[in-house]
Design a protein around this ligand. Structure first.
Ligand code: HEM
Length: 464
């Protein structure tokens, strides 16, 4: 069949050499990607200084193709190389062909399953209780920037439930240095990977700063591991024992200490901003849709009442679960699902993709397919998630956690953490936006998050 050129907007005048880079929204590049997808739907490409222009796709069908592991891979060797001093061959960044990925995957999949999650329940609840207590103590006049406290929760939850380490974010004003170091190191690594390699030599100071961040992170990772080895806790409910002592059934081997060190920033990188942003988005949609908020509270009243939420109650919180699923459909925290072509290939029957070319699926667009979700696909309507049969959905109609071998290992972890928090907060408080006209504003380099989304909470009548 005949090939068709992938469309591309014209560069701004005078900046020809820099390609489309100057055209991107400086505070939020993804906003430009969204606008262009509205215009060029279902595909366009941008010249961003890579060997081949970067391709963006906006339909479920095209995402089906880039999700095909026989033609596309998660990695580019440059990004891989730059990130490797941070996350090495941790679970997120090891190649699927590597022995260490398989070892960690086999050890951790069951650990993130129902038995593991049940063990983490009490610690997750403990951290949500800190949030409830804080909101209660500050009282109904206090203005809460939602993302700040969901961030405290999500960071502490990975720390405590995965590594048995308390960061105590609810007890401090500023974020823990580890959080800042990880963020800065990840951003600078991404920049290095996107610069022409030669130019990186000129970024000496940035590189020194990045190495300093990595060194400090490593110190804490080593300390967490050393503490556990010196003070064994055979009954701990976190995953650190499995990471340190678990024996892989296939190879009969444990993970190396070096590999465990890489898993620590890996789990924070993958599990913290994704969850904190999603939870803040859920609260945003609830505040914007008072009927949904009321219905969610009614469900909590029925299932939990004035008792303490238990593990057994979670599966009964179907409407809250639907609110989370609908939030992830409309407002995914990471906005792009990215792959690289392993070989020359054609997608959509007519668009040529070069070996090594970067292709990104735009979540906002491929999650709003009208054929699947109907004419109100842009609306927040959790009821649809109760009606839909996930088994029968076309592939990739809803895939906020990825799929296949490299799907999110922390899905159940994130869902449990968010459900517990929603149940405990809605049980106790009524909430509203401080500014009734506030509409979602996004920022973020690694994950998107809502900013200036401020709420007030008031203890519900009759709740002690
Ligand atoms: C992978 C989304 C929470 C750990 C992924 C991927 C997605 C995703 C889309 C696949 C990326 C790709 O294919 O390129 C999310 C979302 C979350 C969430 C939306 C929250 C709402 C978590 C949590 C953890 C976690 C809480 C850990 C505690 C991981 C890891 C991987 C991964 C380790 C890599 C798995 C592998 O490649 O073997 N996540 N995630 N995630 N996620 Fe999550």
């Amino acid at each position: 069949s005949k090939l068709v050129e992938i469309p591309s907007p014209r560069h701004q005048a005078y900046f020809g050499l820099l390609g489309h880079a100057p055209d991107l929204d400086p505070t939020l590049p993804v906003r430009t990607y969204w606008q262009l997808m509205d215009e060029y739907d279902p595909i366009y490409k941008l010249d961003l200084g890579m060997t081949h222009p970067r391709v963006f796709v906006g339909t479920r069908e095209l995402v089906d193709e880039m999700a095909d592991d026989s033609r596309f891979t998660k990695f580019t060797h440059r990004l891989h190389k730059e990130m490797s001093s941070v996350v090495g061959d941790g679970l997120f960044s090891a190649e699927s062909t590597s022995k260490n990925w398989w070892k960690a995957h086999r050890l951790l999949v069951p650990a993130f399953g129902p038995i593991g999650l049940r063990k983490m329940f009490d610690d997750m609840q403990d951290l949500s209780a800190q949030m409830v207590l804080k909101w209660d103590r500050f009282g109904p006049e206090h203005v809460i920037e939602a993302i700040e406290d969901t961030s405290r929760l999500a960071f502490d939850t990975v720390g405590l439930c995965v590594f048995g380490y308390r960061f105590n974010e609810f007890y401090s004003e500023a974020p823990h240095p580890f959080q800042v170091q990880l963020k800065e190191a990840a951003i600078e690594s991404g920049r290095r990977a996107n610069r022409p390699e030669m130019l990186n030599h000129f970024y000496y100071r940035e590189e020194q700063q990045r190495q300093e961040n990595i060194r400090k992170m490593k110190e804490l990772c080593k300390k967490i591991i050393r503490d556990r080895l010196e003070n064994p806790k055979p009954d701990a409910n976190d995953l650190l024992n499995i990471l340190l002592h678990g024996v892989d059934r296939e190879t009969g081997e444990k993970l190396s200490i070096e590999n465990v060190e890489y898993q620590i920033p890996t789990f924070f990188g993958a599990g913290y901003e994704t969850t904190s942003a999603t939870l803040a988005f859920v609260y945003y949609f609830l505040c914007n849709n008072p009927k949904v908020l009321r219905k969610a509270q009614e469900e909590v009243d029925q299932v939990v009442g004035d008792k303490v939420v238990t593990y057994e109650m979670l599966p009964k919180l179907a409407y809250l679960d639907a609110c989370i699923k609908e939030t992830l459909r409309l407002q995914h925290p990471s906005s792009l699902l990215t792959r690289f072509a392993i070989k020359d290939t054609v997608i959509g029957g007519k668009y040529f993709i070069h070996k090594g070319q970067m292709v990104s699926g735009v979540w906002r667009h491929f999650h709003r397919d009208r054929e699947v979700w109907g004419e109100d696909a842009d609306e927040f309507r959790p009821e649809r998630m109760l009606q839909v049969n996930f088994e029968k959905l076309p592939p990739n109609a809803w895939k906020p956690y990825g799929d296949g071998l490299r799907a999110c290992i922390g899905r159940g972890f994130a869902e449990q953490e968010m459900l517990i928090n929603l149940a405990m907060i809605l049980q106790k408080f009524d909430m509203e936006k401080v500014d009734p006209d506030y509409e979602l504003q996004l920022r973020g380099q690694m994950a998107l998050k809502p900013i200036d989304f401020k709420i007030r909470v008031r203890r519900r009548p009759g709740r002690s």
